[in-house]
Design a protein around this ligand. Sequence first.
Ligand SMILES: [Fe+2]
Length: 187
Amino acid sequence: MADKLSSRLYPSRIDLPADTRVKIVELLNQTLAATTDLKTQTKQAHWNVKGTDFYQLHELFDEIADELEEYVDMFAERITALGGYACGTARMAAANSILPEYPVDILDGMQHVTALAERFAAYAKHIRQAINTTDDLGDADTADLYTEVSRTIDKRLWFLEAHLQPAEVKSENGTTTAKTKEKVAAK
Ligand SMILES: [Fe+2]
């Protein structure tokens, strides 16, 4: 049922051909599902994170979830602007998302950061591929929307990964010694 709905098209005066719009709407519905899924998973981390980094991670995850909530609306409204049907319920998102379910057995801050970083990387890949797909289909506006989201998602992946990287990483020419958390703690 969800598959049919995700490519449903209503008549529109918009100047993009119907066969092009069907392809874009289908892709946008996949993105809508993944965005809703990622937003609720980020909220899950916001509520359930524990440990010494609790407060800053609790706040960071909320900030990221707010951004994703905006993207949910932007993707859904691009679908309807193209004459499509936005598949936006939680059940539809669960059925259509490309992301794995959030682990329920983690507590520590860095475990949550790792789980989110893995999901943000998969989502970032999907969004970057969609820039090219929609550009090739001749829809510069949808490609622009994907580009905007892509830039922020890359930035958020950096924010997450920065928690996981050593305090001092090896430079490209190898002159700087990597200082791991363990080495710092041993001092
Ligand atoms: Fe909250």
